[in-house]
Design a binder for this molecule. Sequence first.
Ligand code: PLP
Length: 374
Amino acid sequence: MIPVSRPWFGAEEESAVVATLRSRWVAEGPRVAEFEKAFAAYLGQAQAIAVSSGTTGLHLALQALGLGPGDEVIVPSLSFIATANSVVHAGATPVFADVDLATYNLSVASAEAALSSRTRAILLVHQAGLPADLDAFLALAARAGVTLVEDAACAIGSRLRGRLVGGDSAIAVFSFHPRKLLTTGEGGMIVTSDATLAARLRSLRNHGVSMSAYDRHAAGAAVIESYGTIGYNFRMTDLQGAVGLVQLGRIEDFVTRRIELGERYTRALTGHPGIAVPSVAPDVRFNYQTYQVRLTEKSRIARDALMRAFLEEGISTRRGIMASHREPSYRERPLRVPLPATETADRDAIVLPLYHDLEPHDQDRVIKTALELV
Ligand SMILES: *Cc1c(COP(=O)(O)O)cnc(C)c1O
């Protein structure tokens, strides 16, 4: 069976875990601090704050920005459901906007149409790792007087006009779920240029504490911490930090390999009338976090039947990125703007296998099967 995705771990990750286990390790310990420093340096960002997942990172980011009940946040419906959920977790209301069908990224016009007097933020997703047009959304956010928060869960290593996604962000959140390029099992990272916001995030991730356990231990004196606000346990452990550090050292290699595989798919599938391949602008480096194609009206088979047919050939696929507004948890909420592109993608998109050590002959089998069936 060819899986749709698979994390890549080497001997170095293994020894980092064993060494950490055998040391005096804590949550939010020295390896987390080192991982944060290396991550910030990789992006050229001022601050990186490690958390327990991408979802908790988004929740914390929205809350630290002061969002809460009565506030609206524009989100694409076409995203992993965590995007919308994080807004609800922060106590605010997600308002769904549509995407551009070519890139699956949020449509500026649709996001603008979804604004209201209650809108406080736009949660811009770099969908499947493909960078969204940051400048266009910064301009929209400035016009509307709202904050731009970036869901960069999938976008580590992707570049827009030469700059890494998250490198220029006021605030962005990455995920280290096993499905993503860089994984720590579960985990996430918030990056920001704002030191005051970073301090608030560090405190909120650990129950609103006045000083981290690491700093307390390092103080070399009897320090009594205090809890000023009600926060959460969204800490990353040193075990995860140790793995993250090793994986971060591999990131450019991961991206290079994914680009090889992604471009290989695109070369083979381009020109088939039933298949719309990913659209990658020349000023973008796409990390190919997810290789999603869409069946066009010329396809001879519907998406769900295609997934079953792939499975019979021993090839796992996934439905494309989901339409959150169609899930039972959001279905009853009224829509402010129509979502035609989202609904088309939800019906017709499929994710093909792509992972670091995908063998060329396995990829050839996926390609051959797709060309025969679609
Ligand atoms: C994976 C993902 C998340 C959630 O990240 P977790 O680490 O799994 O909590 C959020 N948004 C998007 C777009 C994602 O792909």
